[in-house]
Design a protein around this ligand. Structure first.
Ligand code: MG
Length: 662
């Protein structure tokens, strides 16, 4: 083994390529348990050292094997969308569909350059190695019977193996490597990152089904495939990510590997490893309120589907009992969290690195979930768009541990729903945005989150990412426009059910400045937000707001901003503070999808904090159908009182005495 690895490292690159030509790889037979039923012929041919014939027998076995089911591929019901057909046809021309954020697809060369990196965004480099255009090619092949798809796929498959060797040199070996080899070594970080490897493990189960009957799927190719597949699973086994959604993805895909290819001697180990990780991680990564601990609606949703995929493939192949009942109960709770935080148009708040998911995709998810949880009437309601099932019995409802607070006056399109985020610390995908919110009223999300725009890469890419994740582009309070230093909110009050509902959350946003935010959902129709900042810190304290795309009118004197939509569905935001409080317009962008952004209005109410005295603001957020009301507001409590916040408010002639006490 050691000798082989060394030779792989030291031979010139072209020689490595020859090692991986499409030729018989007898070591594939060592990886398979030849004592399995159906392997008799292969086994006896191997015993006679008739390897070519053994490979033919093995391929015959795989083409006719029964009893292995794939939860997502039914060869009698293959469908391809116009988009997938394009990806398949582009794939033939080496215009590889790598990432939706980078369209049209780049050309990777007649002689494919797997290290081509036109924009230094890590995702573009990593995701090339997910080969997303291959499944479309498989579908196109299956539907058309055109061997050009299979021929090109097998060629690309082998080409990828040749040009992306998995180098794992020791320190000494690395020290003696040439520039070209060092470049290849750097490429390993992208081509062999466990997340990408696991992605390929999963997709190759489907690809195997689509292509195995092709004339290009030769007995020799089968041995290449098996050796490569085994190497993939071994790579993940030995290099699981430490935590988070990556670990979940990897574990789920090891279940795929072990279940779909039970002929491998290591298959049971792979399957059991994946199941054990999912069983453990579902307890660690999901808070008892049902939300995934990265605090990102997109990865929450992804995690649900990971847990479901894990159990689905186990179920259709007879291993469901390896998951305890509590596993499915947790998944169900996670789905209920989605229902809770979703707006009536099925869309999600774009907190953290979330992208916007639209109703058609969400309906597909709900329909899939309804099959797994047929007795859950709320899931059925969502899946059937209200034609069956029942609405949840609650309106406003929080996810206490993860810190999502939902104010809601209904479930239909004309409802008002605010989702406020003020949770515990989380990691990479989470943003420093405690206290921020999105607010949907009557069919419009007036305060969408800025989103994330891009993940990571070169300094230039990171700069764009940093813009979208900074605190000051969220609806919360900053000191000198700086990012908050700590994201660990505590809830002081959550009082719902009365005419006016109340929330008080507090975060030690900066070492010397604590932010306390109180939200009143008055008459379940409009909002009054009180922001108080206390501590030794001095500087420019601001409360930021950003609106949906569209024109606004700004009245700096009255600290008033109004949207100007022409459909009688508008929003008035008015600030009240001390005499020195001013309104400042700010740069505003919103991103609903990767590498897409729109300009939008943004502004802040700000004041100078000159000493250790607290500063505070009142903001009234008032939906307007026709005529804007005349609003006044003032405090009826002292600054940062220990156990209460009070506001006296007048809307036209109606007076409100708002008080939150805890
Ligand atoms: Mg954000």
């Amino acid at each position: 083994m050691k000798l082989k690895k060394l030779s792989t490292l030291l031979l010139p690159f072209m020689l490595v390529a020859q090692l991986y030509g499409q030729e018989l790889r007898p070591e594939a037979f060592d990886l398979i348990d030849l004592n399995k039923p159906g392997m008799e012929k292969t086994r006896s041919l191997i015993q006679e050292k008739r390897f070519s014939e053994a490979a033919v027998a093995l391929l015959d076995y795989y083409r006719t094997r029964t009893g292995i089911n794939h939860p997502e591929v039914d060869l009698d019901k293959v469908k391809i969308s116009a988009e997938e057909q394009k990806w398949a046809d582009d794939g033939l021309k080496h215009l590889f569909f790598v990432h939706k954020g980078y369209q049209p697809s780049y050309f990777y060369g007649e002689d494919i350059n797997w290290e081509y990196w036109p924009v230094q965004d890590n995702e573009l480099r990593w995701q090339l190695h997910r080969h997303k255009w291959w499944i479309p090619m498989g579908k196109a092949y299956r539907l058309s019977g055109d061997e050009k798809y299979a021929g090109e796929w097998t060629k690309q498959y082998i080409d990828w193996i040749i040009k992306n060797p998995l180098l794992t040199p020791t320190k000494e070996e690395k020290a003696s490597m040439s520039g070209e080899m060092l470049k290849k070594l750097d490429n390993v970080r992208y081509a062999w990152r466990p997340l990408e490897v696991s992605n390929r493990l999963q997709d190759q189960t489907a690809l195997f089904m689509y292509f195995v009957d092709s004339q290009y799927f030769t007995p020799e190719f089968l041995t290449e495939f098996l050796v490569n597949y085994h190497r993939h699973a071994a790579r993940v086994m030995g290099n699981y990510s430490q935590q988070g959604n990556h670990l979940l993805f990897e574990a789920q895909r090891m279940i795929y590997a072990g279940t779909f290819f039970p002929e491998f001697r290591d298959a049971e180990t792979w399957r059991k490893s994946g199941i054990a990780i999912l069983n453990d991680e579902i307890k660690t990564q999901v808070y008892d309120d049902g939300f995934q601990y990265e605090l990102d609606p997109h990865y929450h949703l992804a995690s649900i589907n990971i847990f479901i995929k894990g159990i689905e493939i186990a179920d259709v192949n007879g291993y469901k009992k390896e998951f305890p009942a509590s596993y499915l109960e947790t998944v169900e709770k996670m789905i209920m969290a989605v229902i809770n935080y979703s707006f009536p148009n099925y869309q999600n708040p774009c907190f953290s690195d979330a992208k916007l998911d639209f109703k058609p995709e969400m309906l597909k998810s709900y329909k899939r979930w309804a099959k797994i949880f047929p007795r859950n009437k709320q899931i059925l309601y969502m899946a059937s768009e209200g034609k069956k099932g029942e609405l949840p019995s609650y309106l406003s409802n929080r996810l206490a541990k993860s810190g999502f607070y939902v104010f809601r006056n209904g479930w239909k399109e004309d409802a008002t729903v605010m989702v406020l985020k003020a949770g515990p610390p989380a990691f990479w995908h989470n943003q420093p945005d405690n206290g921020t919110f999105e607010l949907y009223v009557n069919g419009r999300n007036f305060f969408p989150d800025a989103g994330s725009y891009v993940y990571a890469g070169s300094a230039e890419v990171n700069k764009e990412r940093d813009w979208f994740r900074q605190t000051m582009v969220h609806k919360t309070l900053t000191l000198n426009n700086a990012n908050i230093e700590q994201t660990d909110s505590k809830c002081l009050l959550w009082e719902i059910g009365n005419d006016t509902e109340k929330l008080v959350v507090e975060n030690q946003s900066y070492a010397d400045l604590k932010h306390r935010r109180t939200v009143f959902f008055v008459d379940k129709s409009f909002f009054v937000i009180v922001d108080e900042a206390a501590g030794k810190a001095t500087g420019d304290v601001a409360v930021h707001y950003q609106l949906s795309e569209g024109k606004v009118s700004v009245n700096t004197e009255k600290l008033k901003v109004s949207t100007l939509y022409t459909d009688n569905n508008n929003m008035l935001v008015q600030g009240f503070g001390g005499k020195e409080t001013r309104l400042a317009e700010e740069e505003g962008w919103v991103s609903y999808a990767y590498r897409q952004k729109n300009e939008r209005p943004a502004f802040s109410f700000r004041t100078q904090k000159n000493n250790s005295e607290p500063v505070r603001f009142i903001t009234v957020i008032y939906p307007v159908s026709k005529k804007s009301p005349c609003i006044s507001a003032k405090f009826s409590s002292k600054s940062m009182e220990d156990n209460q916040v009070g506001v006296v408010l007048k809307i036209n002639k109606k007076k409100y005495e708002l008080q939150a006490k805890w």
